[in-house]
Design a protein around this ligand. Structure first.
Ligand code: GLC
Ligand code: CA
Length: 584
């Protein structure tokens, strides 16, 4: 057996930057590209090899830049094209790669293509978006079908000039592009992809990477939310019939001109066989994908207004979701990602571990061990390396900026006539999983506004930044930040086992407090044994029987001295040398 082909991106440690909240260089309260450039030495020192920059393109910011009005320009508060050139150059100069977000399921309604398209039915861009006639029911005009948009409401918006509706799977200001039209695809490739590859970037994180191909008959979705006007319609636009054809077209016509371009797709709600079609090395569609099994734990996938639910899951479900992803490698030529956070999720500490004061740092280190010991390309989200956690429960809706959370809140308000208890419940859901949790300014130090800005921040800074910030953690050798740095280095040192290990196996599937797993080196027979505590109490260890007498080398531990039992939220990993493993 040989280790998988070592594409550069497989073992690369990636770090996601959300520009608005990362680092403000000019005091306008908004993070920017010069701010990013000023922190490159920090990222390099941490061990980061690839930066994923979330949308920095020209945009009216209806969905924080995922509504792009010009792929070839920059949102002025973030900087200029010259700043981007400098960022690319500096990253490369320091031996780091840079990938951008590729948002091509939709544009902004302010994109020139859409501005033209909406004018009439005959202009050059008339068919570049998805236009349909109204449906007339009982003499009344209605949208063409009952599809629900991801952030709630109908997925169709009426435009008088054309007396037609256009499709938007997200907010109305994000019209879906018509990928069926060859001319539109070519324009997308040229403007959104080629323009940036030519500038030297190393790849893309592909937004909503399985939505471009729709059921072109646009039928009504089956009623799965009885009594509601709009219905979840994933079935009709997820993994549609032409997705794979178009992705191969992109690879062959564009990417192949630039070498080994990383394409990491965001792939919601897709089962194993279908995922494999995208990520098999042979298919050359996506390099790897972010699947949603872990981050959607506890969600019923109905879409639209989901954030007013409070989410709970069990540790066994968490283990199963991770195992599902790791198992994608078994018997395939596929590759996977490792992540617990991004800009669409609550913070992993609050969601999957604990953010209680007394255990928080331990838990953050434990999650670092988990992530750095899993097979796949590792993605860390800004602030995760210092253990940032969700905003406090007492924050009110007035602090929230995210359109998804706001829509969800207003939906609850409307449905329940502004009932106070319902609104409290909605706020609780937003505090648990709302997207703004990840979008609060990064805590650089303990000075006002956490050193993020000298001005007034566009979104409230977390109340407790003095407890958790980069500057203080840099001074403390026992900090979460130092631990992450150590873990990233360890992952590189033992890449064969930690990044490329195979045969992931969970030894305590049903245990509610401890997560124990092993992995194998692809060739030597060495094994990795990892113990993770998800408990406020001391817990006993589950040794797989074949490990009992084997010689174990302690690779890493989150406590000063490992004992017979696991301390609360402790993590440790052992290396079992090939020869020492009996009967495995
Ligand atoms: C993806 C992005 C999310 C955005 C949506 C629409 O899910 O991650 O932030 O709102 O696409 O572009
Ligand atoms: Ca700024």
């Amino acid at each position: 057996m040989t280790a998988p082909t070592p594409n550069w991106w497989k073992s690369s440690t990636c770090y996601q930057i959300w520009p608005a909240s990362y680092k403000d260089s000019n005091g306008d309260g908004i993070g920017d590209i010069p701010g990013i450039i000023s922190t490159l030495p920090y990222l390099k020192d941490l061990g980061i090899e690839t930066i994923w920059l979330s949308p920095m393109y020209a945009s009216p910011q209806k969905d924080m830049g995922y509504d792009i009005s010009d792929y070839e320009d920059i949102y002025p508060p973030y900087g200029t094209l010259a700043d981007m050139d400098e960022l690319i150059e500096k990253c490369h100069g320091m031996g780091m790669k840079l990938i951008l977000d590729l948002v091509v399921n939709h544009t902004s309604d302010q994109h020139k293509w859409f501005v033209e398209s909406r004018k009439d039915k005959t202009n050059k861009y008339a068919d570049w978006y998805i236009w349909r006639d109204p449906k007339i029911v009982d003499g009344k005009q209605q949208p063409p079908n009952n599809w629900r948009a991801t952030f709630g409401g109908s997925a169709w918006e009426y435009v008088e000039e054309r007396d037609q509706y256009y499709l938007h799977l997200f907010v109305a200001e994000q019209p879906d592009l018509n990928w069926e039209l060859e001319e539109t695809r070519q324009a997308i490739y040229k403007s959104a992809i080629d323009f940036w590859l030519k500038k030297g970037i190393d790849g893309f994180r592909v937004d909503t990477a399985n939505l471009y191909s729709k059921d072109t008959l646009y039928p009504d979705a089956a009623i799965t939310a009885p009594g509601e006007v709009t219905q979840p319609a994933f079935k009709h636009y997820l993994n549609g019939p032409r997705m794979h054809e178009w992705l191969r077209e992109i690879r062959e016509q564009v990417l192949d001109n630039y070498g080994d371009v990383l394409m990491v797709g965001e792939l919601p709600y897709t089962e194993r066989d279908e995922v494999l079609r995208y990520v098999s090395a042979e298919a050359r569609e996506y390099s790897c994908v972010f699947d949603f099994d872990v981050v959607m734990l506890g969600n019923d996938h109905v879409g639209g207004g989901k954030k007013h639910q409070t989410f709970t899951h069990t540790l066994p479900q968490f283990k199963a979701a991770i195992a599902k992803c790791q198992d994608m490698l078994v018997g395939t030529d596929a590759w996977v990602t490792v992540f617990l956070e991004n800009h669409d999720q609550g913070r992993s500490l609050s969601r999957f571990a604990t953010d209680k004061d007394e255990f928080r740092d331990q838990a953050a280190k434990m999650l670092a061990v988990l992530l750095c010991c899993l097979t796949g390309t590792l993605f860390i989200y800004q602030g995760q390396e210092i253990g940032m956690y969700n905003h406090p429960e007492h924050w009110g809706i007035e602090e929230i900026r995210d359109i998804d959370s706001l829509n969800a809140y207003n939906d609850v308000k409307e449905r329940h006539d502004g009932d106070e208890l319902w609104l409290k419940k909605a706020m609780k859901g937003i505090q648990a999983v709302g997207r703004d949790n990840a979008r609060l300014p990064v805590h650089w130090d303990a000075s006002p506004n956490a050193g993020f800005t000298t001005g007034s921040p566009w979104i409230r800074v977390h109340d407790e930044f003095e407890k958790t910030n980069v500057a203080d953690q840099q001074k403390d050798p026992n900090s979460v930040l130092h631990f992450w740095k150590k873990m990233i280095a360890l992952r590189k040192e033992h890449a064969d086992l930690l990044v490329f290990g195979t045969q992931f196996e969970v030894w305590d599937r049903h245990d509610q407090h401890v997560f124990t797993f092993t992995k194998s080196h692809p060739t030597t027979g060495d094994k990795l044994l990892v113990f993770l505590s998800f408990s406020d109490d001391i817990e006993p260890l589950h040794y797989p029987t074949w490990v009992k007498d084997a010689e174990k080398e302690l690779l890493i531990s989150t406590v000063a001295e490992v004992g017979k039992y696991l301390a609360p939220w402790e993590a440790r990993a052992y290396l079992l040398k090939g020869g020492a493993v009996n009967g495995a």
